[in-house]
Design a protein around this ligand. Structure first.
Ligand code: ADP
Length: 485
């Protein structure tokens, strides 16, 4: 099949989060299955470093109309990599800026126009470069593609049979804009109703995508269920519930060529499930790096690598930080984000210099060292669409302690000492005592020479590569195309 991906991020060209990893890895896996895949992303300044010499334009100029003016957009041929064709939508007035979405984690004031233009440009480019059987669009930034296709372009004979699949990577980000965005993007006003794109008197891009796409997916089965409830649905639970039969949860895969302790160049020693001895050297290296080298040998180390934002549940940790630190354990934190949480971790480390250490920064090399050197990995997220770090942790023999939500619940199985099954420790509520109980269960297993090696090995032997997920997406594309008929 010919599938066109459209997204605002794609690794390695432009990344701010997990979305980029999926759009970077899934197309290559699909290409291996024999599909023809093209990927469209905006041409941000940071994409330029991946192009040798002057950009080669596949299309020199597309006209994208707005209410009072036109914009002219080029399509740069990014070449073929690992069987996947990349196209970059070039419109310097709106994409030639330092940030993807806005300065300091904020929003550019013209984001509706930026991503409205992106969506329309992808459709126009595809008409010249090849209309796919399926447009696979990601998150709110690409969610207007299905809306355009079924409204403004509904009678275009070459687009009529192109199916659409929308993947929600995080329902909290929706692209909400003032009502007159309808006019600015040249949509008819009859689209601005509650059963279409209107949401609390805003033009909600993600909602439009949810209404008009043939099929919907999100990044774990549990999150697919959760977002149909008021607690997790971010006020889109009603629409999602109505489309429940068309909504599928497909777990993200991970890239084991980058995240594998058997061949990780960031580590001082490599190790495997059969020969985990190198993990000791990684632990010593990590403790040295974080200034905790005095820590006794049998003290368990809990690692945290995370964006420090409310979603990640560190408020639960903060409520019991003293009780945690008083236990016989160490905590090592790598993260950046919201200054409240950054300061909490700084303060916690200051109060407990012997067993709590924090680095407030983004550093991929250190992230690998934490995964390898820690014994346990903590993710108390309030919600987690998929989550990658707990899956990396399994591979590194670093036992996850997670809140039972979204992808965390789908990927981590509670340890059962009698049966010697399971891969980690889970807690369900948001009560600090639930987290503390999970930590205590983990500590008990850590100190059992019989349980711990088995628990580590269970995780290390799990396989969350892309192969299975790619096959599930393939089935979704076939079904979407069949429905368009
Ligand atoms: P999210 O996409 O919500 O941030 P995920 O667990 O899906 O959460 O992915 C997080 C990714 O970002 C992982 O690859 C993780 O290693 C990386 N990461 C997060 N914070 C940092 C940091 N401070 N330094 C290095 N890598 C980080």
């Amino acid at each position: 099949m010919h599938i066109a991906f459209a997204a605002s991020e794609c690794a390695p060209f432009a990344k701010s989060g997990g979305l980029a990893d999926v759009v970077g890895a899934l197309p290559q896996e699909l290409a291996k299955l024999g599909h023809e895949i093209s990927v469209y992303i905006p041409f941000y300044p940071r994409v330029r470093r991946f192009i040798e010499g002057a950009p080669h334009y596949a299309v020199r100029s597309l006209t994208i109309p707005f209410r009072y003016y036109n914009r002219f957009v080029g399509v740069i041929d990014g070449g073929k990599r690992d069987g996947v064709r990349y196209y970059f939508i070039d419109c310097p007035e709106i994409f030639d800026r330092p940030d993807l979405y806005g300065p300091h984690g904020g929003e550019y004031s013209d984001n509706a126009e930026r991503f409205g233009l992106f969506c329309r440009a992808v459709i126009e480019a595809a008409k010249i470069l090849g209309v796919p059987q399926v447009f696979h669009v990601h998150d709110w930034q690409a969610a207007l593609i299905p809306v355009y296709l079924r409204t403004v372009y509904a009678t275009d004979p070459v687009l009529r049979s192109a199916a659409t699949v929308l993947t929600i990577h995080n329902a909290a980000y929706q692209g909400k804009f003032p009502p007159n965005t309808i006019e600015q993007l040249l949509f008819p006003w009859d689209l601005f109703t509650l059963d279409k794109v209107e949401h609390f008197n805003r033009f909600n891009f993600l909602k439009g995508g949810l209404v008009f796409s043939d099929l919907l997916t999100t990044v774990s089965r549990k999150y697919a269920e959760e977002i149909q409830t008021p607690e997790f649905g971010e006020q889109l639970d009603g629409v999602l519930h109505r489309r429940a039969a068309d909504l599928h949860g497909i777990l993200n895969g991970v890239d084991y060529s980058r995240w594998n302790p058997a061949a990780d160049t960031n580590l001082v020693a490599c190790y495997t499930p059969r020969n985990p001895i190198g993990k000791r050297a990684c632990r010593a290296d990590l403790l040295r790096l974080f200034g905790l080298d005095q820590l006794p040998e049998n003290t368990p180390v809990i690692g945290i690598v995370s964006r420090l934002v409310a979603q990640k549940g560190f408020d639960i940790v903060a409520q019991i930080s003293e009780q945690i630190a008083e236990r016989n354990l160490a905590v090592i934190v790598l993260g950046t984000g919201n200054s409240y949480f950054e300061n909490f971790f700084r303060g916690w480390a200051f109060r407990h210099p012997d067993n709590v250490a924090a680095r407030i920064r983004y550093d991929e090399g250190i992230a690998h060292k934490v995964e390898a050197g820690a014994d346990l990995f903590l993710m108390p997220s309030r919600y987690e669409p998929c989550g990658l770090n707990q899956i990396y942790s399994l591979k590194y023999g670093t036992v996850p302690i997670v809140r039972a939500t979204g992808g965390l619940d789908d990927t981590i199985e509670e340890w059962n000492a009698q049966k010697a099954t399971g891969t980690g420790f889970k807690f369900a509520g948001c009560e600090p005592k639930d987290l503390l109980a999970a930590i205590d269960r983990a500590l008990a297993a850590f100190h059992s020479p019989k349980e711990w090696p088995r628990l580590m090995r269970n995780g290390m032997e799990r396989d969350y590569g892309w192969v299975n997920s790619a096959r599930e997406y393939q089935a979704i594309y076939k079904e979407a195309a069949r429905r368009r008929g």
